[in-house]
Design a binder for this molecule. Structure first.
Ligand code: NAD
Length: 310
């Protein structure tokens, strides 16, 4: 039986990533996908199996993915989901072996990523951690940055062939788990800079400045950052930002709260000082626990400040 390419977790990021991977390999391989959300899997099948019913199969369990696919990408919310998909009942692990290449693109803690790698390597499988940066826009455009942790260059090179279809910068960050180190550090900075940008935009607007004009100045001045330039949290400043579409889609508040927690936990473990990281974590925790904000993109920090602190 021909081996398929498997994809587990087709959410805000996974869906466009799986689409690009599919488009890049559809002439070489069939696909098998799995998500607990059956609407997303059946939509994917509808969109991608025109004229060939066997082209994309929906698995009933992660185990079935491992049975039918030799190359597998997972893109799940957090460590507990990764643990259950890999190690749970009917999980991937039960069928993994030397023929498998497994790439986990989820953002999780370094220790879980190292544990996954150790167990999978123990079964003879090739395993890398490959968390991403670039947001849903980058996932759609296929321009993500992949931060890869891989004990061997050979596994990295093998994985790169697949990651290339979903990303533009594929960087080997060191041994297994080090992809997560790069990602956690990046997202701590992002989480802080998004709050800083939100505070700045809110202050300027309250002082009477036109937000588009203010953003334009910031973005040609020394305050410029990704949050001000590419993903401005103030609605209307950019046509395609999450802010302008009511903070829908994008990078969910609980996920940013999770990433800040990963950073603060890592700081505790390594005795590092992260004053601003810890403060930002508190704010994301509050927003993620608020029913009006938990479903929104993390740039709704601007909405929080503009509505809650009048
Ligand atoms: P999401 O919540 O939109 O998608 C997660 C998907 O996983 C959903 O479709 C969900 O149904 C599925 N899922 C959950 N538990 C499952 C299980 N046990 N088995 C199978 N499927 C399961 O999340 P997302 O925004 O796509 O993010 C995924 C990961 O990527 C997270 O770790 C996040 O931190 C990271 N990330 C997100 C962004 C972003 O902008 N959204 C950017 C970079 C990295």
């Amino acid at each position: 039986k021909a081996k398929r390419i498997g994809f587990v977790g087709l959410g805000n990021m996974g869906l466009p990533m799986a689409t690009n991977l599919f488009n890049g390999f559809k002439n070489e391989a069939d696909f098998i996908i799995y998500d607990i959300n059956q609407t997303t899997t059946s939509n994917f099948v509808k969109d991608h199996s025109a004229g060939n019913k066997d082209k994309v199969k929906v698995a009933k369990t992660p185990l079935e993915v491992a049975q039918e696919a030799s190359v597998i990408v997972t893109m799940l919310p957090a460590s507990p989901h990764v643990e259950s998909v890999y190690f749970g009942k009917d999980g991937l692990l039960e069928a993994l072996g030397p023929d498998h290449l497994v790439m986990d693109a989820s953002t999780i803690d370094q220790s879980m990523a190292t544990r996954v790698a150790k167990v999978l390597h123990g079964k003879g499988a090739k395993a890398i951690d490959a968390p991403v940066s670039g947001g849903t826009g980058g996932a759609q455009a296929g321009t993500l940055t992949f931060m890869v942790g891989s004990n061997t260059v050979a596994d990295f090179e093998l994985a790169k062939r697949y990651l290339d279809k979903m990303g533009k910068n594929i960087v080997h960050c060191g041994t297994n788990g080090n992809g997560q180190v790069a990602k956690i550090c990046n997202n701590m900075l992002l989480g802080i800079s998004m709050i800083a940008t939100s505070e700045t935009m809110n202050l300027g607007v309250r002082m009477g400045m036109d937000p588009k004009l203010l953003a334009g100045i910031l973005n040609t001045s020394s305050g410029r950052c990704w949050s001000s330039e590419v993903y401005n949290p103030c609605p209307g400043v950019q046509e395609n930002s999450a802010a302008t579409r009511g903070y829908t889609g994008g990078f969910g508040m609980p996920l940013m709260a999770k990433d800040m927690r990963l950073a603060v936990n890592a700081a505790v473990e390594t005795k590092s000082t992260v004053l601003l990281g810890a403060l930002a974590q508190q704010l994301y925790n509050q927003m993620a626990a608020n029913k009006d904000f938990e479903q929104l993109d993390f740039s709704a920090a601007y909405k929080w400040l503009s509505e809650n602190a009048k």
